[in-house]
Design a protein around this ligand. Structure first.
Ligand SMILES: Nc1ncnc2c1ncn2[C@@H]1O[C@H](COP(=O)(O)OP(=O)(O)OP(=O)(O)O)[C@@H](O)[C@H]1O
Length: 245
């Protein structure tokens, strides 16, 4: 796992400028700027309640927001999550959001609902998911809710890939998972970004995310307080000043 890319993105696929969001009186996100270009995996780090999930929800238009989200050079409408997903901005939410009573295959096929009855395209996308997560292929008929947490996360990422994303947003995919399976999933995200797909990874486990990311944004109390080049972080203690500020 090696960091790729640079701190400057010339032509970002996703370019978030001055994005703010509030819940009632709580200003959860304050004028955040982040970007992700082709082949980049960028991490969003920060302690509990820093605003990481809010940032992803605001990018998707799931919550009221101010500011601008530019995607492939055009502004996304402020509150149109379905439109954003249809264009290729795809979120793997915290908690995975898979449909427990449905089979693994049904969950995956739902991710590609846009293509309708095009079986050939469906098979092509499924093959790609099986290459990424061979274990998923072995469990296609299993009810998704009966899988382990790690397997469910693989299905969640797989379902997002079935939508043929142009940028992939993930909210703490490692939550509650054992280190080995977390490593497997993060390594797959590294493979995806190396193949060109921009990935925005919200993660509390900073050391893991920094191994993969070309750039990390540190959120604290709703504000991006640092943009980090992971290659320049000598020890995790350097980040602690922001976590405990
Ligand atoms: N639905 C909501 N209603 C009111 N306040 C909320 C809501 N969701 C989040 N908040 C508040 O907004 C702030 C940011 O929350 P957010 O979930 O974005 O943080 P986070 O960095 O993702 O935290 P965690 O790592 O614990 O998931 C917190 O103060 C939180 O309490």
């Amino acid at each position: 796992m090696t960091p790729t890319g640079t701190l400057q993105v010339a032509d970002p696929v996703l370019d978030v400028r001055g994005l703010s969001a509030r819940y009632g009186h709580v200003e959860a996100l304050k004028s955040a700027d982040i970007s992700a270009g082709k082949g980049e995996l960028v991490a969003v780090l920060g302690p509990n309640g820093a605003g990481k999930s809010t940032l992803l929800r605001a990018i998707m238009g799931l919550i009221p927001n101010e500011g601008e989200v530019r995607f492939l050079g055009n502004s996304l409408p402020r509150r149109d999550p379905v439109g954003a997903a249809t264009k290729g901005v795809v979120l793997v939410p915290e908690g995975r959001g898979i449909f427990g009573p449905m089979t693994v295959l049904e969950n995956l096929e739902l991710g590609a609902y846009k293509i309708g009855g095009d079986r050939q395209e469906m098979e092509r996308r499924l093959t790609h998911v099986f290459e990424l997560f061979p274990r998923v292929k072995e469990r296609l008929k299993q009810v998704a809710g009966s899988m382990s947490g790690g397997e469910q996360q693989m299905v969640a990422v797989g379902r997002a890939m079935m939508a043929d994303p142009k940028v992939l947003l993930l909210d703490e995919p490692s939550l509650g998972l054992a280190p080995r399976v977390t490593g497997e999933i993060l390594e797959t995200l590294g493979t995806l970004s190396a193949s060109g797909l921009p990935v925005v990874l919200v993660e509390q486990k900073a050391p893991l995310a920094l191994k993969l990311a070309c750039r990390a944004y540190l959120l604290s109390l709703g504000r991006i307080v640092a943009t980090i080049n992971p290659r320049e972080v000598k020890s995790h203690d350097e980040l602690a000043q922001y976590y405990f500020a």
